[in-house]
Structure formats: structure tokens, C-alpha cells
Design a protein around this ligand. Structure first.
Ligand code: SAM
Length: 280
């Protein structure tokens, strides 16, 4: 396999810097640089983009992103043990890699970047869904990012791209698909990581749409979707009882049947319901 850069192999980097993987930090490292370069290519043409990477660890994906021509990478890493390894990458790509030591949940890293911005990460599983939800619910749309290329546990990836009627369909699918295109770009077996996690993983690629597919107020949509799926086996008329006293009429006004269950209702139906609930 071709070398993607002149830096040492990741196994050596990990040995040199004593980066034994810590479970508490969700550390499952990608050591195959050809694979990380492939993930970077899923993110699209990086040459004109700033990239936010969360959790670079020893830098496998970081190196993939830089080798694939990223204009600039800003990486947020919680584990200070990784910083010397990342400093070696920064030295090999002068002016292109900046590392912030910190918790990605506390750092407003997107504010440091210049559009177009892409997010790419092999996410720590314990914070992955929370970060995704934050990135999908900025104060204004379109968001500052134009695409996100993110590794998740396969089961979470399936929830993001799920279609109505499937077991995986729920809040995450609706949130992601309302204002973005989302698809699974790559499946990875546990052995792709060191140490291997218990479950398979998948890379999801999301592209921000300029505007929502169907009109709805974000807060109202969130409320009806949350209520619907909190009791996903109940009929909408009882699951949504707390939303409005005349919820049956509003369901009908939205073209839905009060006896439908949330998992059968497509995005368009939830948006119509959010509009009917918001109407005076
Ligand atoms: N990107 C590397 C790779 O692909 O090999 C490492 C991925 S590993 C699954 C997750 C990384 O996220 C680890 O380096 C871990 O230290 C870091 N991490 C965990 N929680 C974090 C947090 N809250 N904020 C920033 N980084 C975090």
C-alpha cells in the first residue's frame, strides 16, 4: 500500500508516545492510513475547506485529511497524552493543523473556522450523538458547516438514515433528514480498529440543505417528534395528548390519522403536524 505521508506508521507513534487506549475516552484507533485517507475522500474535495475534527487521538484521520489536501484542520482532543503525536503532524504540515486540548462539548470550535467548513471525525462513542444533535440544531439554518463525515456505531448510523416504518426510525432520522441529506458511505468491521470495539461501525456523510425540506418551526417539530417517539407504540392521539387539547383535530388537519403510530409517519407528516400545532 502506498504511504500517504512521510510520518512514521501509527503503531510506532502509539508506542513512542505510550498511547495505550483508554475505554473511558472511547479510544478505538484507526491505524490503517489508507483507510483514513479513504474516509477523508468521503468528505469530498477538501482543498478549499476548513475541517473540524473531534478526537484526533494519535492522528490517523488527521493525517488522512491533510494528505487528501485539507486547507486547514482544527482538531479538538481531550486526552493530553495525544498532543505530542499531533505536534509532529503539525510540524509536517506547517500552518495547516491546529490542536485545541479540551472537551468538544465545551469548546465552540466551529467559531474558529472560515467557511466552507466540513466536519470529519471518528467520534468518541460516548459523545457522538450529542455532538451530532448540536451540529444539526444551530440557532440558524443553513449552518456554518456544509458537510459532516462521521463515524458511529452501526446501530446509530442506521438510526440517522432510517426510513419510516423501520425499527431504527425515530428522532435522530427526522432531525437529520429534515434539513440534510444523510447516507451511510462506509461500513467498518470491529477489526478495523485497535482495540476492536464490540460492535461494527459505519461512516455517515451528511450534507446541509440550504433550507428545510418541509416548512416547520424547529422547536414545535422537536416537541411533536419527541412526544410521538417517547411512546412509539401508542397511537398518536394518546402519545401527543399533552401537546394540545384538540390534538385529534390537529392531526386530521395535518392529514394524519389519530390512530397512526409515530414510526409510520414520514418527515412530511411530522412537519405538517408541527404547522397544524403552531396554527392559532
Ligand atoms: N481519530 C482517532 C482515530 O480515528 O484513530 C481516534 C478516534 S477515538 C474513537 C476517539 C477520540 O476522541 C480519542 O482520541 C479520545 O481521546 C477523544 N475524545 C473522547 N472524548 C472526547 C471529548 N469529549 N472531546 C474531545 N475528544 C474526545
Amino acid at each position: 500500500m502506498a504511504q500517504i505521508d512521510p510520518l512514521p506508521p501509527l503503531r510506532d507513534v502509539i508506542a513512542t508516545h505510550g498511547l495505550s487506549a483508554r475505554k473511558s475516552l472511547g479510544q478505538n484507533f484507526l491505524l490503517d492510513l489508507n483507510l483514513t485517507a479513504r474516509i477523508a475522500r468521503v468528505a469530498g474535495d477538501l482543498s478549499g475547506s476548513d475541517i473540524l475534527e473531534v478526537g484526533p487521538g494519535p492522528g490517523g484521520l488527521t493525517r488522512g485529511l491533510l494528505a487528501e489536501g485539507a486547507r486547514r484542520v482544527l482538531a479538538v482532543e481531550k486526552d493530553p497524552r495525544c498532543l505530542p503525536a499531533l505536534a509532529e503532524i503539525a510540524a509536517a504540515y506547517p500552518g495547516q493543523l491546529e490542536v485545541i486540548e479540551g472537551d468538544a462539548l465545551d469548546v465552540d470550535a466551529l467559531a474558529h473556522l472560515t467557511p466552507p467548513i466540513r466536519i470529519a471525525a471518528n467520534l468518541p462513542y460516548n459523545v457522538g450523538t450529542e455532538l451530532l444533535v448540536r451540529w444539526l440544531t444551530p440557532k440558524e439554518w443553513p449552518p456554518v458547516w456544509s458537510s459532516m463525515t462521521l463515524m458511529f456505531q452501526k446501530e446509530v448510523a442506521e438510526r440517522i438514515v432510517a426510513a419510516p416504518g423501520s425499527k431504527a426510525y425515530g428522532r435522530l432520522a427526522l432531525l437529520a433528514q429534515w434539513r440534510a441529506d444523510a447516507h451511510i458511505a462506509l461500513h467498518l468491521p470491529p477489526e478495523a480498529f485497535t482495540p476492536p470495539p464490540k460492535v461494527s461501525s459505519a461512516v455517515v456523510h451528511l450534507t446541509a440543505l440550504p433550507k428545510a425540506r418541509f416548512e416547520a418551526d424547529a422547536a414545535v417539530l422537536n416537541r411533536v417528534v419527541a412526544a410521538g417517539f417517547n411512546q412509539r407504540r401508542k397511537m398518536l392521539r394518546s402519545a401527543l395528548k399533552g401537546i394540545a387539547p384538540d390534538i385529534e383535530d390537529r392531526l386530521i388537519a395535518a392529514g394524519l390519522k389519530p390512530t397512526d403510530r409515530a414510526e409510520q409517519v414520514p418527515l412530511e407528516g411530522f412537519c405538517a403536524l408541527a404547522r397544524a400545532v403552531a396554527a392559532a
